[in-house]
Ligand binder design. Structure first.
Ligand SMILES: [Zn+2]
Length: 349
């Protein structure tokens, strides 16, 4: 690994924590995209632009230009929208992406109004009070019908809620609850902000080393991955390889763990490109990057979104092991550094 440019781990972690603390449920990603754009604007090597649907593209001209490549990672996360303003002044929600509602029971949240205000609240089961509902507090199903937002505002009916500017369709973001302990990073939405941070840290490390990528490279920061069509647009036609950088699924029966990066060779969308996967595997071997090879049983990626949209490229998927995905997630800096080194090895190859 010694001949790869050095990564600044403090920079990586700080950027990740700052990004985690910016709410960005799918459909409401402007602030997170602008934050990444601001960070990347420090590098004159990059040409920045936005797609019409709001993704960020950074292009870095390579030593060679005959076989352009792309990497993608997404800033959009799980979240919700206001579905109904109830006569009680509570809000029912509809989920954005595969949010697991039991995992956000009692979590603090923000309702983002169409006028740009933020109103605080929390998500509770409808039968929250043990002294009122007894055993029903346990039995109520934790789903969209059984849960509601309690606003931290003096509202007791729907008119009160309308009066403070809340409407059906307002975005709801849940607190990420970021904590760093012993190299572990525990937070909601490490999927996929961990990988956006790895890409940004790799760009910084390569720029600081004074080098350029071997081939012209497009960095696609996606904003609709969690609903399946993030990278379906925005990857130029002359791109020959697309590496999706997204979390690896850790759990029973999985090879992946929180201390390695993983090459995913198959997920719900079928096998990834064998040639590109092998190329990444060889790079990891040569550079002694700690990695696993795995299959994810319930998973789709932006690489497949581009394939489904007709993208004629080789697609592969790498990323850091993330425990308890779409729940209260956790990874370790070892996995983040492994992923960042892998990106660097790829950029330079
Ligand atoms: Zn993801």
């Amino acid at each position: 690994m010694s001949h790869l440019p050095k990564i600044d781990p403090e920079y990586l972690t700080k950027f990740l924590v700052d990004l985690l603390n910016i709410p960005s449920p799918t459909g409401y990603t402007e602030e997170a995209i602008a934050f990444v754009e601001q960070e990347l604007s420090a590098y004159p090597q990059l040409k920045l632009s936005r797609t019409r649907k709001g993704a960020l593209i950074a292009v870095w001209e390579g030593v060679s230009k005959d076989s352009p490549r792309a990497l993608t990672a997404h800033v959009d996360t799980l979240g919700a929208m206001v579905k109904e303003i109830k006569t009680s002044g509570r809000l029912s929600i509809t989920r954005l992406g595969g949010l697991l509602l039991p995992a956000v029971e009692t979590e603090g949240c923000w309702v983002h109004t169409s006028q740009g205000a933020k109103i605080r609240g929390s998500l509770l089961v409808n039968t929250a009070s043990a002294h009122v509902h007894g055993v029903k507090a346990l039995e109520t199903k934790r789903d969209e019908d059984g849960m509601e937002i309690r606003l931290d505002a003096r509202v007791s009916n729907a008119d009160d809620v309308h009066d403070i500017g809340i409407q059906v369709g307002d975005f709801v973001s849940f607190d990420p609850r970021v904590e760093l302990t012993n190299g572990f990073i525990r937070s909601r939405f490490l999927d996929d902000k961990a990988c956006v941070a790895a890409i940004v840290a790799a760009i910084k490390s390569l720029a600081d080393s004074g080098k350029a990528p071997a081939q012209t490279t497009y960095f696609h920061i996606s904003n609709y991955e969690e609903v399946g069509h993030g990278a379906s647009a925005g990857i130029p036609e002359d791109v020959t390889e697309l590496v999706a950088v997204d979390m690896a699924a850790v759990g029973n029966g999985q090879e992946s763990d929180e201390f390695h990066a993983t090459l995913c060779v198959k997920d719900s969308g079928g096998p990834y490109h064998h040639g590109l996967s092998n190329k990444l595997r060889n790079l990891a071997d040569v550079h002694e990057i700690p990695y696993k090879v795995d299959i994810y049983p319930y998973y789709g990626s932006d690489g497949e979104a581009f394939w489904r949209a007709g993208g004629d490229v080789a697609v592969a998927l790498i990323g850091p092991g993330v425990d308890a995905s779409h729940n209260y997630e956790r990874t370790h800096t070892d996995a983040l550094l492994a992923t960042t080194n892998w990106i660097l090895a790829y950029l330079l190859n």
